[in-house]
Design a protein around this ligand. Structure first.
Ligand SMILES: C[S@@+](CC[C@H](N)C(=O)[O-])C[C@H]1O[C@@H](n2cnc3c(N)ncnc32)[C@H](O)[C@@H]1O
Length: 179
């Protein structure tokens, strides 16, 4: 999209274990398994190169999110004044989406698009998977609003983040006389 619309310069940041999914808790409608979707980092970089990405176009953060999405990384990205245009969450599991959402806060800006690739997994239930993590995140961030944007695949859904303006303090001045 960045290329298509001549938008840039953009750095793509990819966060992945390259070992597939972490441990999966058994549960209703759960079909995923530990290690599923494993794709090696060299193969990933080969695909990027074939698609025309230069090494300077992207950064890879390798590791499981509960370890890799840490304070040190947040500080380093903040020092670079990184802000996200698009956050693409394609990690299927509740725990994974939860860790991603806990990480992205400092990088959101008015207009950031958040895409959940498997939003309607688990028969579309709001108390499971990516939706569960998102519901919890929304409850923790009343200062943000999430405008539903586009469903973009059978299971995908996107939202646009807006920063809500703090409500103006109530005036303590006495009411002006009514005429
Ligand atoms: C369905 S694949 C999608 C990969 C990529 N977005 C694509 O479309 O090809 C899900 C990816 O999420 C990664 N993943 C899921 N949970 C993760 C976690 N907790 N930590 C790191 N990577 C995770 C897996 O390794 C896997 O590569």
């Amino acid at each position: 999209m960045a290329r298509c619309y001549g938008y840039g310069p953009v750095t793509f940041r990819s966060f992945d274990s390259f070992q597939g999914l972490p441990a999966v808790e058994p549960g209703d409608y759960e079909i995923w398994q530990e290690g599923q979707f494993a794709f090696s980092r060299p193969d990933f970089e080969r695909v990027l190169s074939q698609k025309g990405f230069k090494r300077s176009d992207y950064q890879i953060v390798e590791g499981f999110y509960n370890d890799s999405l840490n304070e040190e990384l947040i500080e380093s990205l903040e020092k670079q004044s990184v802000k996200a245009s698009i956050v693409y969450i394609d990690c299927y599991l509740y725990v994974s989406a939860r860790d991603v959402l806990a990480f992205i806060g400092p990088f959101l800006q008015d207009g950031t698009v958040i895409c959940f690739d498997s939003f309607f997994n688990y028969r579309g239930r709001a108390d499971m998977g990516e939706q569960k993590a998102f519901e919890e995140y929304k409850a923790r961030t009343p200062f943000l609003s999430f405008r539903p944007y586009m469903p973009y695949s059978p299971l995908g859904m996107s939202f646009i983040v807006h920063q809500e303006v703090e409500p103006a303090p109530q005036s303590t001045a006495p009411d002006s006389p009514k005429t």
